[in-house]
Design a protein around this ligand. Structure first.
Ligand code: GLC
Length: 553
């Protein structure tokens, strides 16, 4: 290893001397509003804690487990949908926006949850799904039967008639979940459009009444006391009014039924969608102004190109989302190098983002778990990374203990995303403490005996202990307003440095390579170290592959 370490060391010294660090002065983090340096913790209610032992997690489970969120010191929880739903898409198909689905509890449970979390100083954000409803929603039924006033609540179109007398969908648009985005409705004798499952018809936002209905829903929950929303599937809200065919994606090599076979110039990120988001921002700001209290916020789910994401934040004149999720780090996996990390975060340090609050996440309910995607020995490295980069940190439940994907049989894989939705691993009791023994809606991962919260609380060093330390770090980082980052030429080491005006610093070093990597501590000390780091007091520390640390000086 000798020669290798020397080469790296030379690079490392250069990195530490800061010149190759791509310097990016981040905004003075003074007078930040509550959300601008927040930890937002995503709860997937079905899988968090099942209090009534019926196999599905619920609101009382979230109330029971409040101590965990208090202990982690998160600023806000975001609940994936809890509204009445036939659960074709686990609640992202809403049949009544103002009612809690009975599988999760009732309104009394929700009000108690809100009250208890608020008393504990934790904000509560709800998932808001404006793009589509369930096909069981009364609006859809009324629209199907053309009840006056509801005819245009959804996107209906006449079929294309073929020469042989058969019909086909009005154009070539595809669903995000593949195949045609149009489904024939026998009763109305028209096709309706759905960006997702056919049980999720798209609302027609060109109808002013629809816009108002959705705003009323937001106001309803704000009046209940919620602190804001995560807004689902935003880029999909508007489509081209003339229903123009979309061009084929050159060289995609994909099957014509695959969503990415087409280039979505007419069904995604339309100008009207940006305007709508600015309108929502004005609505939310006015709500806060009129009602007092802390800022009500919303974050948008936009899996879009960065130039579009910027527009969801604002257009220079009008503000949009408080923040729009940054999904870049979801592109990292076990084979990633430090250059890959650099390339994922670099665009977010473009000047264009200077006036906006950045955000970082490594997982959610739609993507394989971070610990599985990037490797279980990289869990701490990524939790450290998304903390030291500043701004909002979003944690998908379980990431604080490095929970991995579950193991599912083909029958249990009713949705490819079930892997990351298996129950939270609380302890070593039956079903990992998710419930009292009823068969959970998805099986508990077999790994719960080695990865669970109770066990990590008892250990001196664990992912959980590190996570807590990182939440403390986050609070202090607001005093370290300068940020630099860089990687060595070989792609083995990634470094992020935060300094303050008095030359004090926190420095993150992640060995993502395949060789040991030696560090001289000098005047710095270890602030946090990933679980496998072995260090005996002295000036030298060797980071083994996968190890990461944050030094403080
Ligand atoms: C979002 C949600 C996802 C859901 C889809 C349709 O992408 O995160 O879970 O299936 O929207 O509502």
């Amino acid at each position: 290893m000798g020669k290798f370490v020397l080469i790296i060391l030379a690079t490392f010294v250069a990195i530490l001397n800061a010149s190759p660090l791509k310097h990016s002065q981040i905004r003075q983090e003074e007078n930040l509003d509550w959300w601008q340096n927040a930890v937002v913790y995503q709860i997937y209610p079905r899988s968090f804690r099942d209090s009534n032992n019926d196999g599905v997690g619920d609101l009382r489970g979230i109330i029971e487990k409040i101590d965990h969120l208090i202990d982690l010191e998160v600023d806000a929880i975001w609940l994936s949908p809890i509204y009445k739903s036939p659960m074709i898409d686990n609640g992202y198909d809403i049949s009544d926006y103002r009612t809690i689905d009975e599988v999760f509890g009732n309104m009394d449970d929700f009000m108690e949850l809100l009250d208890k979390y608020h008393k504990a100083g934790i904000k509560v954000l709800l998932d808001f799904v404006p793009n589509h409803t369930s096909d069981q929603h009364e609006w859809f039924n009324k629209s199907v039967s053309k009840e006056p006033g509801y005819e245009d609540y959804y996107i209906w179109a006449a079929p294309k008639l073929n020469e042989n007398g058969t019909r086909s969908p009005p154009n070539n648009w595809l669903s995000v979940f593949d195949n045609s985005a149009w489904t024939w409705n026998e009763q109305r004798q028209e096709y309706y459009f759905h960006q997702f499952y056919s049980a999720q018809p798209d609302l027609n936002f060109r109808n002013a009444k629809v816009q108002q209905e959705l705003k009323d829903v937001m106001a309803y929950w704000l009046d209940m006391g919620v602190d804001g929303f995560r807004i689902d599937a935003v880029p999909h809200i508007y489509e081209d009014a003339e229903l123009k065919d979309e061009p084929v994606n050159p060289d995609s090599g994909l099957n014509p039924t695959d969503y990415n076979y087409l280039n979505h110039i007419y069904t995604k990120d339309q100008n009207e969608t940006f305007s709508l988001v600015y309108d929502w921002r004005a609505f939310m700001d006015n709500y806060t102004k009129a009602n007092g209290g802390d800022t009500r916020i919303f974050m948008t789910e936009c899996a879009s190109d960065l130039d579009k994401i910027l527009y969801y934040y604002g257009n220079g004149e009008k503000l949009g989302a408080h923040f729009s999720f940054n999904f870049n780090l979801l592109g990292l996996d076990v084979n990633s190098t430090s250059k890959d990390i650099n390339d994922k975060i670099d665009p977010w340090f473009d000047r264009k983002f200077n006036n906006y609050t950045k955000n970082w996440l490594t997982g959610n309910h739609d993507n394989p778990r971070a610990a599985s995607r990037m490797g279980p020995n990289h869990v701490d490295a990524y939790n450290m990374l998304i903390t030291i980069l500043g701004g909002v940190t979003v944690t998908y439940m379980g990431e604080e203990i490095g929970q991995e994907n579950g193991e599912l049989t083909p029958e249990e894989m009713t949705d490819a995303r079930n892997l990351e939705r298996t129950p939270f691993q609380w302890d070593t009791t039956v079903n990992a403490g998710f419930n009292d023994g009823a068969t959970p809606w998805l099986p508990v991962s077999k790994k719960y005996l080695e990865t669970n919260l109770a066990d990590q609380k008892n250990k001196t060093i664990s992912h959980y202990k590190n996570y807590k330390q990182l939440v403390q770090l986050k609070k202090d980082l607001v005093n370290y307003s300068s940020l630099g980052y860089g990687y060595d030429e070989i792609g083995n080491v990634f470094v992020v440095s935060r300094t303050n005006g008095r030359s004090q610093y926190y420095r993150y070093i992640f060995n993502i390579g395949r060789e040991g990597y030696e560090i001289k501590l000098g005047s710095s000390s270890l602030f946090v170290q990933s679980v496998n780091v072995s260090y005996s007091p002295g000036d030298t520390l060797v980071l083994q592959p996968g190890d990461s640390i944050i030094l403080k000086a």
